[in-house]
Ligand binder design. Structure first.
Ligand code: BES
Ligand code: ZN
Ligand code: ZN
Length: 499
């Protein structure tokens, strides 16, 4: 191979885990460099803020949601007033406030944040979890430059009253586990494609999956040939890098349900022979494996969160490259379930690799199949960068995904799986083509996938828009986001078998 061996760490966040815990105000005074004090829209602020409402008001701080005000001090931690507003607080707000605090004092490495004495609307445990997620995710970064080894956060202390401390501790621990998984998803999605090949991805899956108590099986090219995975192999044909399929299993004692998760793992999508133009959207195609990254990352959290559903994950990994051996337009592929597909555009490669993954998932007993993929530019056009699309054949699974998205503040909206459009995928020489018409591209892509689920309860998440953000906001990062990791964790954790 003509590539030089680089020594970039593809998953740096696994090395930089800050200490997180619960403690008293006295502890925060000595151990933190910055202390956040939540302030509502009325009443006097807590004494430890060291200032009164009139002084806050003169600085323009009224306690409205989203406001923050840094109070410089000559002794003890700098105090940061964060506005919680008048009404009930919800988890999205708490996560945002904590993240805003972490960003308001970017040079401080030891942070503390108080649980307010009267919490309206959320439990102490959920508050502590959201705070932990907000701070850890706002301080996450993927950086390969000179000071890459400097951690951005040393510690986070959640300040709680004695009677609340046990609850707070549980919440902080859950937040730490979720944030670590999400950070892993972000690391993988941001890692340059030459560093993170399909082979390296599978090695990482073995490493982090095994450490998280998962059973991990890696399938190489010869095994994929024997299995008849013509979609994954067809996309891989143009590449000098071999493909990998990874199957991950989380098996709790006495499972309450069975879920299959399938992730699109296009390590780099050049478009293949249907080459993409060298524009901004092409430049972000190292993140075309975000689906696979989120499946792996979310599954690393299941044991620690005590998930009671059994989860099997499938990572469908290859890059999509043009070359003398690449798929040609008009080629016909035979997929794992025997369906033949005429390839009319090699840039519609995601559905080809997903087809094999979906077919494999149907071969075992399963209550719900969920696939996640940066599948269509049309989804980005429809929903922009903040909302993912969902479609499926089972309203209960779709609803559970939407609910999970609301809880973790990774919103998903449903598009109709409009079956009359299926005829756009008709081929004169094969069972179907991989290209619909010019319109409703996200829907025809989902209709393609449906051909491989064998009527099992299934939903498809299209994260093409949300996989990348142009600017950081609150706990969300600029660049490849790993969107879907927290959503899949919540979906699996709260899964109820559709009846
Ligand atoms: N990976 C892309 C989808 C994508 C586009 C993700 C923009 C993120 C941002 C996918 O493989 C693709 O190229 N899809 C084509 C399908 C078309 C050729 C039917 C698309 O959406 O243009
Ligand atoms: Zn493509
Ligand atoms: Zn793609």
């Amino acid at each position: 191979m003509n590539t030089t061996k680089d020594d970039f760490d593809p998953i740096p966040s696994t090395r930089f885990q800050a200490t997180v815990g619960v403690g008293s105000l006295e502890q925060a005074q000595t151990e933190a460099d910055a202390l956040a004090v939540p302030v509502g829209a009325d009443g006097e602020p807590a004494a430890e803020l060291g200032t009164d409402r009139a002084a806050l008001a003169s600085a323009g701080f009224t306690g409205q949601r989203g406001q923050s005000l840094v109070q410089p001090r000559s002794d003890g931690p700098v105090r940061v007033a964060i506005g919680t507003g008048a009404g009930e607080v919800d988890l999205a707000l708490v996560r945002d406030l904590a993240a805003d605090f972490a960003r308001a004092v970017p040079w401080h490495r030891r942070l503390a944040i108080e649980v307010p004495p009267q919490l309206r609307g959320v439990s102490v445990a959920d508050f502590a979890q959201a705070v932990t997620e907000g701070v850890l995710l706002a301080r996450w970064r993927y950086f390969l430059g000179k000071d890459a080894d400097k951690p951005t956060l040393e510690s986070l202390l959640v300040v709680a009253f004695d009677e609340d401390s046990e609850q707070a501790r549980q919440g902080v621990e859950r937040g730490r586990v979720v944030a670590a998984a999400c950070s892993l998803g972000r690391d993988l999605a941001n890692c340059p494609a030459t560093t993170l090949s399909a082979v390296r991805m599978a090695e990482i899956a073995v490493e982090v999956g095994t450490a998280a108590g998962l059973e991990v099986e890696v399938y190489d090219k010869d095994q994929l040939i024997a299995m008849g995975c013509g979609g994954l192999l067809g996309v891989n044909r143009g590449s000098v890098q071999p493909p990998r399929m990874v199957r991950l299993r989380y098996t709790p004692e006495q499972p309450t349900g069975r879920i299959a998760l399938i992730g699109k793992g296009i390590m780099y999508d050049s478009g293949g022979i249907s080459l993409k133009p060298s524009d901004e959207s092409h430049a972000q195609m190292k993140n075309d494996m975000t689906g696979a990254a989120t499946v792996l990352a979310s599954m690393t959290a299941l044991r620690d969160l005590g998930c009671t559903a059994a989860v099997t994950g499938y990572l469908m990994c290859t890059d999509n490259m043009p070359s003398g051996s690449a798929m040609m337009l008009g080629d016909v592929l035979r997929m794992r379930n025997g369906t033949t597909v005429e390839v009319l555009n090699t840039d519609a490669e995601g559905r080809l690799v997903m087809a094999d993954g979906l077919a494999l998932a149907t071969e075992e007993p399963v209550d719900a199949i969920v696939d996640i993929a940066t599948l269509t530019g049309a989804c980005l056009r429809t929903f922009g960068v903040e909302i993912a699309g969902v479609m499926g054949n089972d309203p209960a699974v779709v609803t559970q995904l939407k609910t999970a998205g609301e809880i973790v503040d990774e919103p998903v909206w449903e598009l109709p799986l409009h079956r009359p459009y299926r005829k756009q995928l008709d081929s004169p020489i094969a069972d179907l083509t991989n290209m619909g018409g010019v319109n409703a591209g996200s829907i025809t892509a989902a209709l393609f996938l449906e051909e491989f689920v064998d009527g099992k309860p299934w939903a498809h998440l299209d994260i093409a828009g949300t996989a990348q953000l142009p600017e950081a906001r609150s706990w969300r990062n600029k660049g490849a986001t790993g969107f879907g990791t927290r959503l899949l964790i919540e979906f699996a954790r709260s899964f109820a078998t559709p009846s």
